[in-house]
Design a protein around this ligand. Structure first.
Ligand code: HEC
Ligand code: HEC
Length: 332
């Protein structure tokens, strides 16, 4: 509690000093705030069904037939990213602008329900990769494929006695699993809950910089270190970001602020995987990004010393908590 009060005070004091006006205090995500769009929290059975489906390559077709699972690009070993700069497995696909780095799926339960894959609800979003160039599987083919697997037949009937296996119930199962991916017990969280030895002196210094001189908290705020807003931070490639489909002309090259939870596990970084290390990311912010047309006004040179850069990186290393690494058995 004391740590919370000190932290809150620090946040206010430091950010005032740097002219950051609006931000949510950092903290631990509150499970009671998760909004379940259906009838409250899903059953353990439904979460487990979603987990098995997430790891099952049966969900892929076309040139990836039976080879690609959700977990191929959202691998629990890397906090549900994949370790590659670009996650699309079809480099010759006619829509090259869609080639991006896969984001972590941890704590997606707190992401506003009109922001998943940029603008969908989670229940809609989980089906999109299946039919797209990610997995190339027509939904009707997938449903008949799943119906032939005894275990799925049984488990869908258990959770949905009236409906069985449909695209809707498939989405409910996958979304139930994704909402269960919670990361909330990192060293930083333990520090917030009163364990003052959970962070090193260097990490505490990094935390102060994060909220002060380096101004990271202006966009990476709240319990999940994101404002869920869109910003151009001067990456400067040809990806139009939020304006990819021409719907948001003012938002050219703006990307949604990603969570920094588990950030030590999710490199390479940025939508195009162009930065291999946290050091590179910090150097990018330190120089104020590259000058792009829409560059956020917060992107100014920071004048960080080598020691300060190291402290910031050390603090980000305190955000790791990756509980969900176990893989399920895929039914015959
Ligand atoms: C070939 C790689 C690949 C596969 C397979 C894949 N994804 Fe993704 N996923 C991505 C990429 C890349 C993005 C980011 C898309 C973007 O920002 O344009 C993404 C984004 C997402 C998001 C949005 C995250 C957010 O914060 O908005 C969700 C949810 C998601 N994927 C779930 C799934 C599910 C469920 C499956 C399996 C049915 C799956 N993905 C299969 C690469 C993949
Ligand atoms: C103006 C808002 C803003 C500020 C200030 C900001 N960030 Fe970011 N950050 C973003 C956005 C937006 C992205 C995603 C950009 C992309 O994908 O191209 C991002 C991406 C990142 C990533 C990569 C995440 C990933 O999963 O690839 C890291 C690490 C990061 N920021 C750390 C920091 C640190 C450290 C600071 C302070 C020095 C900081 N950010 C300041 C908005 C901001």
């Amino acid at each position: 509690m004391t740590a919370l009060i000190i932290l809150g005070w620090l946040a206010i004091e430091q950010c005032w000093a740097q002219g950051i006006e609006h931000f949510q205090p950092l903290g631990t995500p509150n499970r009671l705030e998760i909004i379940y769009p259906d009838d409250g929290p899903p059953s353990g059975d439904l979460i487990e069904l979603g987990r098995v489906l997430f790891f099952d390559a049966r969900l892929s077709g076309g040139q990836f037939d039976n080879k690609v699972a959700c977990a191929t690009c959202h691998n629990p070993d890397f906090a549900f990213t994949d370790g590659w700069p670009i996650s699309d497995l079809a480099p010759n696909h006619p829509f090259p602008l869609a080639r991006r780095d896969s984001p972590s799926l941890y704590n997606i339960a707190w992401k506003p329900d009109d922001r998943i894959i940029w603008r969908f609800s989670l229940n809609e979003a989980v089906l999109i990769p299946i039919g797209s160039y990610h997995m190339e599987m027509p939904m009707e083919d997938l449903i008949s494929r799943l119906r032939k697997v005894q275990v799925y037949h049984r488990e869908f009937a258990r959770s949905f006695p009236d409906l069985g296996i449909t695209s809707e119930t498939l989405a409910l199962a996958l979304a139930a699993y994704l909402r269960s991916l919670v990361s909330d017990d990192s060293s930083f969280d333990r520090y917030l809950h009163g364990d003052s030895s959970a962070l090193s002196r260097e990490q505490i210094h990094g935390l102060k910089l994060f909220q002060g001189k380096a101004r990271c908290v202006a966009c990476h705020d709240g319990p999940n270190f994101t404002d869920y807003g869109f910003h151009d931070i001067g990456i400067g490639d040809s990806d139009k970001g939020r304006n990819r489909y021409g719907r948001h002309p003012g938002d050219e090259s703006k990307f949604m602020t990603p969570t920094l939870r588990n950030i030590a596990l999710t490199g390479p970084y940025m939508h195009n995987g162009s930065m291999g290390s946290l050091q590179e990311v910090i150097d990018h912010y330190d120089k104020g990004g590259t000058k792009t047309a829409n560059l956020d006004e917060l992107m100014q040179p920071l004048d960080l010393s080598l020691e300060e850069k190291r402290a910031l990186a050390a603090f980000m290393g305190a955000l790791t908590h990756n509980p969900a690494v176990q893989r399920p058995q895929i039914p015959e």
